[in-house]
Ligand binder design. Sequence first.
Ligand code: ATP
Length: 233
Amino acid sequence: MLKVRDLHAGYGKADVLHGVNFDVSAGECVALVGANGAGKSTTLKCICGLVGVRGGSIEFEGRRIDGLPGHTIVRLGITMCPEGRQVFPDMSVRENLEMGAHVRSDRAQAADLEAMMDLFPVLRSRARQSAGTLSGGEQEMLAIARALMSKPKLCIFDEPSLGLAPKIVAEVEQTLARIKAMGVTVLLVEQNASMALRLADRAYVYEAGEIVLQGTGTELQAHPEVSKAYLGY
Ligand code: ATP
């Protein structure tokens, strides 16, 4: 579904990605893990058209998407659930969900909105409340549901557990497992490497703008360098 080849990107004079290569197949959950500042979020932003690509290519379903504007990439079927949630704070929970579906023209949006409220009952009870008044965990659920409202072929999650209490992190993990079980293709960036490797079919380890290791989630959990550097054992 997604092919990233020899990807180079950066900001101003700084080069951040130095030739990144990875694939995501339909139905897979793929995680990108690694240290802070290694370039994982930059990779996601390149895929979504939010950061310019300096070299290499990104293909989605056989079509080059590097260089396309973000709004076109969303319409092709790639949606990002951004780091820090970034819900629309002054809009209601329901309006945030409706915004998630703005690229769709089919008639199933109302049914999908109900389905999202079934998946996240807290969103139903807070449907008319301003999103900015929700707790961090509730905002994360809203951001995930808003992303799913676009019916993406590929759903990208940037640090969904960031800044949340351990109990809420466990809920986020269960939610992502359910989304994966629904057959949504997932690309996940997570500082919480143990959670990411439990969820991922395959994962790639970043170091200073390059991929230095790859394997199944299970293989990488057992890899001595990964466990020492990122899993704390
Ligand atoms: P983190 O978990 O900290 O987000 P990451 O692996 O996702 O880590 P990136 O956010 O992609 O890393 O950042 C890679 C490098 O690019 C870092 O050195 C960061 O400081 C730099 N960087 C990120 N965004 C910008 C920006 N908008 N302008 C300038 N430099 C940036």
